[in-house]
Design a protein around this ligand. Structure first.
Ligand code: COA
Length: 334
């Protein structure tokens, strides 16, 4: 379908980067009162990559971006826009511009987008709007997170879930529109179930004039509520996105869910009547990498040839906010 407003959109390159150090469930047993069996049964996770003190969000994002640009055959100097989806920037003012600097993308404008584990999906839709209106032709979208910085490593209910990484895609204007349809949602009423909050600490500057000089806490989560939210809302939003994409479940080659928990993937696949072998899963090796999880698994499947040009993908991100969304797209140049 040719977009009436302007150009169509193609996804023409994908890349990823993860820190070298792995932390497996056996090592997790030495940190908290847990077991490999409990973690595998409840989540499907076996190990996760952890960024050490020498690994930065900017470095991971830049490495993933270089991979994606190389596959796309696009030079950084030709990028018009860089969107970094992250909740864990190196710099609270944003890390997109630092990545832009490292890439040498001198003609681009860059900014961060925060939507937790929905960040990549929301970033994809955001990037698409700039291309569809004809404003920009080439956009780099990076999803990257280092949640290990913000995990309470003594809380067995959360620390077993998360890992670090970065993934990126390159989008380009094209005649054929490969982004078929999407739906995005959020619900502030559920905000309290998954947070990484700033905690205020009052400091008196002058008599009667106080400022707040606190810091960020660690991740707090009501796992049961998040689980219930995901298994209810993810299939619903995928159905909506498929409706807007004018595709049925059997038109979809691959279901790509945010990699939070294998049981969530299985429950969503069952509700949507998708065979499990059509679901891309790599969470057993990476855990939940938040905004990085969709491009990380996409990258693996494109590079090992499971995803072929023209394949139809239904992708869904979900998480804190609460936020959730889904998109239907064809892989490759349109
Ligand atoms: N190892 C061993 N036992 C653990 C444990 C761990 N790592 N974490 C919790 N438990 C214990 C609990 O203390 C509880 O024990 P109790 O019954 O004696 O109180 C028991 O296991 C059951 O805990 P519960 O929280 O009910 O487990 P669950 O079946 O809901 O599974 C999650 C917990 C976190 C795996 C699950 O709720 C989940 O995946 N939720 C979604 C989280 C998510 O994906 N968040 C990110 C979204 S982007």
């Amino acid at each position: 379908m040719q977009n009436q407003m302007g150009s169509g959109i193609s996804l023409i390159g994908v890349g990823a980067a993860t820190p070298p150090a792995a932390l497996d469930n056996g090592q997790m047993e030495r940190l908290v009162d847990t077991s490999d069996d409990w973690i595998k049964t409840r989540t499907g996770i076996r190990e996760r990559r952890i960024a050490g003190a020498d690994s930065t969000l900017t470095g991971l994002g830049t490495a993933a971006a270089r991979n994606a640009l190389e596959m796309a055959g696009v030079s950084a100097a030709d990028l018009d826009l860089i969107i970094l989806a992250t909740s864990t920037p190196d710099d609270l003012f944003g890390s997109a511009a630092a990545i832009q600097g490292q890439l040498g993308a001198s003609q681009a404008v860059s900014f961060d987008l925060t939507a937790a584990c929905s960040g990549f999906l929301f970033g994809l839709v955001t990037a698409a709007q700039y291309i569809r209106t004809g404003v920009y032709k080439r956009v780099l979208l990076i999803g990257a997170d280092v949640l290990s910085r913000w995990v309470d490593w003594s809380d067995r209910r959360t620390c077993i879930l998360f890992g670090d990484g970065a993934g990126a895609v390159v989008l380009e204007a094209s005649e054929q529109d490969q982004l078929l349809g999407f739906e995005m949602r959020s619900n502030g009423a559920g905000n309290c179930v998954l947070n990484l909050n700033y905690q205020s600490e009052e400091k008196e500057l002058l008599p009667g004039i106080n400022v707040s000089q606190g810091g960020y806490q660690t991740i707090s989560m009501n796992g049961k509520e998040v689980y219930k939210f995901a298994v209810r809302k993810v299939p619903e939003v995928i159905e909506k996105a498929m409706f807007y994409s004018d595709i049925a479940a059997n038109d979809v080659d691959w279901l790509v869910l945010h990699q939070a928990n294998l049981r969530i993937v299985e429950a969503a696949a069952q509700r949507l009547k998708f065979p499990l072998d059509k679901c891309l899963v790599n969470l057993e090796r990476h855990g939940n990498t938040s905004a990085a999880s969709i491009p990380l698994v996409l990258n693996e499947a494109v590079r090992d040839g499971r995803i072929q040009p023209g394949h139809v993908i239904a992708a869904s991100g979900f998480g804190a906010g609460l936020s959730w969304g889904a998109a239907g797209f064809r892989w490759g140049k349109g």
